[in-house]
Every structure is written in C-alpha cells, then in structure tokens.
Ligand binder design. Structure first.
Ligand SMILES: O=P(O)(O)OC[C@H]1O[C@H](O[C@H]2O[C@H](CO)[C@@H](O)[C@H](O)[C@H]2O)[C@H](O)[C@@H](O)[C@@H]1O
Length: 298
C-alpha cells in the first residue's frame, strides 16, 4: 500500500491541508499540484518542516547569512492581482473543498488512522507585529473544532504551550509547545488514545531554570534596542526582530550570541524575524510528531 500526501482545500476559508494517507484517490490532489498563490498569511493550514539556520559558529559571515535568511523567511505579502484571483477561483473549482469531505477522506484512507498536525503562527493565525496579539479567527477555530471531531488533532508550536492554548481554547486537542518539548493531551482524555492515561511529556524540564535565566539576561541586554521583544516560551525563548530597524539586525544578533556563549548547552536557531534559544537536546517538532503518533497507537 503506497502512502501519498493529499492536499485538501476550502474555497470559502482558503484553508489548505496536507494529509498523509495510505492510498491515492481521484477525489484528491497530490502535493505536487500546488494551488496558485492564495489570499495571504493566516489562510492556510500546512504541515511543513521549517528550515532553520544554525548560527552558533563564530564568523560574522554566518551572522550575515542568517540576517539575509531571516529577511527572506518572512517577505512582505502583496495583494493578489485580479488575474491571480481568477486563477485561484478556477483552481478551486477543479479542486473542491475537502473540509466538507471528511467521511470520504476517512474511507479513502482504508482503515489507516489520519492524524492532523497544525502549526499555529502564520497557519491558524496571521503573522502580526505583536506576538501577544496573534489571535485566531472564530471561523478558523470552528474549522479546527470540526477537524478534531474526525481526526486526532495536535497543534505543534515554538511557543509556550499555555500561550497557544489561550489563543486556541479547544480542550479536545493535543498541544506540543516549546518546539515540541512540552506535550500534553486533551485534559479530559482522548477518544482516540488507547488507555486512560493522559499524555504529558516534557523532555527538557531540566532546562527550565536555565531558560528563565537566559530570558532575563536577554531582556536586560537588549532593553536599549528599539522594537526588540523577548518572549519566554518556557523550554525555549525568542528574540523578536520584526519591529527592529533592519540596519540593527546584525548588531542585535551579535548581542544575543554573546549571551549564548556562556551557555554551551543552548543553541540558536532562526525563524520568521525571530531568533530562538533552545536546549541542545535531540528533540524537535518532528520528534514530537513521532511521540504523538506512538501514543495514539499508530
Ligand atoms: O515555529 P513556530 O511555531 O512557527 O514558532 C515560531 C515563533 O512564532 C511566533 O513568532 C512568529 O509569529 C509572531 C506573531 O505573528 C510574529 O510577530 C513573529 O515575527 C513570528 O516569528 C512566536 O511569537 C515565537 O515565540 C516563536 O518562536
């Protein structure tokens, strides 16, 4: 039995899902058939592996390449032209929404369990300047609620798990915060999981005091940089560059790296206009996915 990625889309909300299933079906579009550019950030649900640029090396070339990479990772979105909208509309006609076809998707999966893994920022919510204001819409919440009625659904984020929960507010989901280092199952147990034991897994708990200490140092050392924002994500921390003058990015990155030099057990990675400080343990979102699949008995 071959496994294929299935892309499903909804013309009303503009949501796209990529689902690994066991068999292909004429009902669905394969991942290779990408839709024309969509309506913008926050309108898609995708499962993708983010390219992270390690910047723990010593030379400034690395810093420069990281700054370039960060610029490219979160480009300004332009409104789609009428021609593009036409393309999108005709694409949508040929590829009907799968959000109204969950029964058919389950049937096409031929008994295989489908599990939904969703990112939060830029996926369920639009990218905004203030990380505390990255709210998801009621329509998106309703869609995720519907999804979770059919499939075990997990939100996997770089953020603190409690923060993600405060945005999503759906108790029936699995949440993996801090880049997968803080995993918790539904508080009332899950209809999908074998056994009554609730899922809770925190492989980096020994790093909690260290991350807290580094977070405080970073807040202090960056306080004179206009626009900077340091976020404590419990088992990791983020330094936000989005509102900092781009001419200052290289300098700010050096400052962040100077703090990290005292912490060989921590590493720096790069996201969308953000530098992330994480433990060096061999655990990431991918491992969290494997853990959840395992605990769901797949
Ligand atoms: O790996 P992710 O789950 O995508 O988490 C990465 C970071 O996501 C959040 O920051 C991003 O969204 C913010 C709100 O839209 C935006 O202001 C920021 O520029 C983006 O990088 C979160 O706030 C960070 O802590 C995560 O590291």
């Amino acid at each position: 039995m071959t496994q294929q990625n299935v892309v499903v889309s909804d013309p009303k909300s503009g949501i796209n899902l990529t689902i690994p299933v066991s068999n292909s079906s004429a009902l669905f579009t394969t991942a290779a058939q990408k839709p024309p550019p969509g309506p913008g950030p926050g309108s898609c649900i995708t499962i993708s592996r983010k390219t992270l640029v390690e910047i723990n090396g010593n030379n400034s070339a690395r810093i420069n390449s990281w700054v370039e990479s960060m610029r490219a990772s979160s480009p300004t979105h332009h409104k789609s032209s009428p021609a593009l909208s036409d393309d999108l509309n005709s694409w949508m006609v040929q590829h009907p929404s799968a959000l109204d076809m969950f029964e058919q998707i389950i049937s096409a999966s031929k008994g295989k369990q489908i599990v939904m893994f969703l990112d939060y920022d830029g996926t369920l919510s639009p990218i905004v300047e203030d990380p505390d204001q990255a709210f998801m819409s009621d329509a998106m919440r309703a869609t995720v609620r519907k999804l979770a009625r059919y499939f075990p659904t997990a939100i996997v984020s770089g953020r603190c798990r409690d923060k993600v929960y405060s945005f999503v507010r759906l108790a029936e989901l699995y949440y993996a915060g801090s880049h997968g280092m803080d995993i918790k199952g539904p508080s009332k147990g899950s209809k999908y999981k074998k056994g009554a034991q609730a899922v809770l897994f925190q492989p980096a708990s020994e790093f909690l005091p260290m991350i807290d200490e580094v977070y405080k140092k970073l807040v202090d050392i960056t306080k004179s940089t206009e626009g900077v924002r340091v976020e404590n994500n419990k088992f990791c921390a983020s330094v936000h560059f989005r509102c900092v003058d781009e001419k200052k990015w290289g300098e700010l990155a050096q400052v962040v790296r100077s703090v990290l030099k005292e912490y060989p057990k921590l590493r720096l990675t790069q996201g969308r206009k953000v530098l992330e400080i994480r433990p060096t343990i061999k655990w990431d979102k991918g491992k969290a996915l494997e853990f959840l699949l395992e605990s769901l008995g797949n």
